[in-house]
Write a protein that binds this ligand. Sequence first.
Ligand code: BJ8
Length: 425
Amino acid sequence: MANDNVQMWTELNIDLKSHDMLLSALGPIFQEVYLSQKNRPAGMGFYDFVVGDIHGIRVRELREHAKNGGKVVATYCVFVPEELVWAADAIPVGLCAGTQFSVPMAEEVLPRNTCALIKSSFGFRLGRVCPYVQASHLIVGETTCDGKKKMFELLNQYQPVYVMEVPNKKTERSRQLWHGEVLAFKDVIEKLTHNKITAEKLGQAIDLVNARRLALQRLYNLRKVSPVPISGKDALLATQVSFYDDAKRDTQMLTALCDELDKRVAAGQGVVPANAPRILISGSPMAIPNWKLHHIIESAGAVVVCEESCTGTRFFSDLVKPTKNNLEEQLKAISDRYMNIHCACFTPNDERPDDVVRLAKEYKVDGVIHYNLQFCHTYANEAVKMEKRLEKEGIPLLRIETDYSDEDKGQLRTRIEAFLEMIKK
Ligand code: BJ8
């Protein structure tokens, strides 16, 4: 299998030397962050296997699909309506962009004062180290932030990129603009795949993605219990894998994991003592293998019970409203659902602090850690409002700004330990 992988990566024009370095760096990190945890649910075995073969089996599935004439559509943002991709018999893949490894590659071209997520994604393509990028027929970007939209222009020099225009306001005019974008995206996908998106196909795709959202909702609901039956790191990993695994299989694996967690809850079995501080993280998304903050928090004896982020609740909280098989109504339901993502790219975006307050209560947290990637201006600015709002609600908040490097780990540890000491029950 190892040789088969090498042949596949060669066919995908991967830089094998760099790629080897990337994979050999991932193993020890995963060992330290994940495999060293005690008392993990057996269902996490599947996710360990996925990470252990991160550029193997799933990429092979995508290649098989392409050999049979299918298309692979890569995305970076939860605004891209994946239902339309599935409905055209193409496969959507959420790209990772969570590693420091590809950042120096990107810095040869992009300004250094760009957020790590943007640099990491661009570096993957520039350095040819990500088989998911190489295997995709189209990359779909969006205009959520300035850094990303300008990076997509550059990325387009290497691979076909289509950019969806995400409005910055939530007015009726903006909603209409977004609806038009969804319709245009449908045309783009139909053209790419030569498949017509019918009401029947779209209905099936809506059910497929909604089922995965419901499974993730169930997983997160189980994290509301005390003592919590799963660590924040494990829940984050399960969510991260949902971005690129097959949606049907993913739903099955999440369901099996939740069945096991139900039993843990019934037996009162937790991964940490009931009095461990419960933390909600709010802010920028954390793509694989960005486990840095969770690892520091949980190594300090606390537990992350919820993420208000795009690798958390924003990814699955809302379903696309099921409608009868009428294409027009389905497309409207899709655009409505996606416009309801409370990303900091919107102004104003008061729904996000509302969400954090609500989630803090639902998950009975002792404190919130606001996480924003360095040079991400939207989240950094929104933290000011968040701080005021949480202060009013009496919810302790710690603001963290960081990147993917290890340089500030010691400093973060000190600040987080001090915060945990302050909120201790
Ligand atoms: S819907 S959060 S996934 S845009 S961290 S690249 S905003 S400078 S990631 Fe996001 Fe979609 Fe919004 Fe979610 Fe720019 Fe900020 Fe970097 Fe960011």
